[in-house]
Write a new protein. Structure first.
Length: 278
């Protein structure tokens, strides 16, 4: 049975799983793979592993071959051309005062096309810019407008946690993120604290959301009444990670209790009745 490896395809591509075929690959190996846009240069970024049940159900593309010296040299030349195209394109954008922000340039491995990535608030007439690029580099030019999240992935940087951006380091795609995820985890709703480098909600808000959502099932919400082994009271705080609730008892005492101290059946019934009245 062939091994499976994860490969970072292209400069701005995502990490994808490939069938290593008869090749014995190690992390860091340079390979050529087939993509929808033709052959692409890639770098193995995981150790070979046996295919899981999920992988067995869907066929994977195979590694075309291990990159030789000629392939590596061509890849270096493509990188040099990318830098040259970027500099020239940036200069022309300023000269023509186009309302767009240049993000990056990618040359396909076989040299058949050069993709220019940019961001803009709306539609941009870049026809004259394309003519300048074609006349200068004598190659097919594709202008591709991207969103701010993809811009952050391509540019990279450090998040508020001090680590490399998740989208740059390991995320292969973007999952939907909502303000509900921040509320469910009792996080500050200050936009500066829950927004990433791209200005959108941070991707990491979704990492623990499922845990918080499951652990809160059957528990009284903040502000609701609950029956506990210490008596009836009102929930004023939740500490999900410690699995504790702070309850203001009818006696006036504020007490921190564990989840096990809540009489869940009564608490749930009470909360449901309150919610119906609201």
């Amino acid at each position: 049975m062939n091994k499976i490896v994860d490969i970072l395809v292209g400069r701005y591509g995502k990490v994808e799983s490939f069938d290593s075929g008869h090749f014995v690959l190690q992390k860091g190996a340079k390979v050529l793979v087939e993509t929808e846009q033709g052959p692409a240069f890639g770098v193995v970024c995981s150790e070979p592993r046996n295919p899981s049940e999920e992988v067995k159900e869907r066929p994977l593309q195979r590694v075309f071959r291990v990159a030789n010296e000629e392939d590596v040299e061509r890849h270096k030349k493509n990188c040099e051309q990318e830098r040259e195209v970027y500099g020239f394109c940036y200069m022309k954008i300023r000269e023509r005062s186009l309302p767009m922000s240049l993000v990056g340039v990618e040359c396909l491995f076989d040299g058949s096309k050069t993709i220019v990535y940019f961001t803009a608030d709306g539609r941009v007439d870049f026809r004259e810019l394309v003519k300048d690029l074609v006349q200068r580099f004598r190659t097919r030019i594709e202008m591709r407008q991207i969103g701010v999240r993809h811009q952050a992935k391509m540019v990279g940087g450090l998040g508020t946690c001090g680590r490399q951006l998740c989208c740059t380091s390991f995320l292969s795609g973007f999952e939907p993120v909502s303000i509900k995820m921040a509320k469910e985890q009792n996080l500050s709703l200050n936009p500066s604290k829950i927004s990433g480098m791209c200005g959108r909600l941070m991707c990491c808000l979704s990492y623990e959301f499922g845990y918080y959502e499951n652990i809160k099932k059957g528990l009284p919400k903040v502000g609701k009444k609950a029956n506990t082994v210490y008596g009836r009271g009102k929930v004023i705080r939740q500490n999900i990670l410690r699995e504790k609730l702070t309850v203001l008892l009818e006696s006036g005492e504020e007490k921190e209790i564990s989840y096990a101290d809540v009489i869940k059946g009564d608490a749930v019934e009470e909360n449901e009745n309150n919610e119906r009245k609201e």
